[in-house]
Design a protein around this ligand. Structure first.
Ligand code: SF4
Ligand code: SF4
Length: 200
């Protein structure tokens, strides 16, 4: 197996060709990553939109806890608005952690557990015909040094967030419903104030 060497093809910065309303690319942005990205976009006149993605309704305080946003991939040919043709990512200094970890991605095992997987849609992976399923963590670490490190940071961050939510819930400071859909949920989304998990 060869060391990972990004081909700068930009495929990871574009929407899937087969994207649909329910199956689309989610590039997560933590609230702490949002501000520098927005400031950069304002300064350089980049039209970028972020949508709330992972959120938790808190029924004790009647607030929506925002865990992550996602970047709307509505640039040229479904690209991330920060993507520049031939130059690639134009926000290297503020790149979201998830982008720094790519092509390693977090796979959700259950509500509180994730594993690290290789995204088979990365051009490097396709070109080198790498077997991506169930690759040993030590091999991942060796071939994707930087990306593995960032992937672990991402995993740690997610873990800390989940632990914080559980701790707050166990102390009765917040409470989240077991199911988050339906009319009631839509009403909360419209009416409740937003808070970031870092503020709690
Ligand atoms: S922030 Fe940069 S690396 Fe991430 S999707 Fe956008 S252009 Fe690509
Ligand atoms: S898809 Fe893979 S090879 Fe292409 S730019 Fe993204 S990380 Fe690099």
């Amino acid at each position: 197996m060869v060391d990972f060497n990004c081909k700068k093809c930009g495929s990871c910065c574009h929407e899937y060709p087969f994207a649909s309303e329910i199956n689309f690319k989610r590039i997560p942005v933590f609230p702490s990553e949002l501000e520098p990205l927005e400031a950069h976009a304002d300064k350089h006149n980049i039209d970028v939109k972020f949508l709330e993605d992972v959120i938790v309704p808190d029924m004790v305080n009647e607030k929506i806890i925002v865990i992550t946003y996602r970047i709307i991939l509505d640039g040229e040919n479904g690209s991330c608005p920060f993507y520049g043709r031939k130059i690639g990512c134009t926000v290297d200094a503020f790149k979201p952690l998830a982008c720094k970890a790519y092509p390693l991605a977090q796979k959700r095992v259950d509500a509180f557990t994730r594993s690290i997987e290789i995204d088979p849609y990365c051009c490097f992976i396709e070109e080198n015909e790498l077997k991506v399923k169930n690759m040993d963590e030590n091999i991942l670490k060796e071939y994707f040094k930087k990306e593995f490190h960032n992937s672990m940071r991402l995993m740690e961050r997610n873990k800390k967030i989940m632990l914080k939510l559980r701790m707050l819930a166990s102390r009765g400071k917040i409470a989240y419903p077991s199911e988050v859909k339906g009319e009631k949920y839509d009403k909360w989304l419209k009416q409740w104030e937003r808070v970031y998990i870092d503020m709690l």
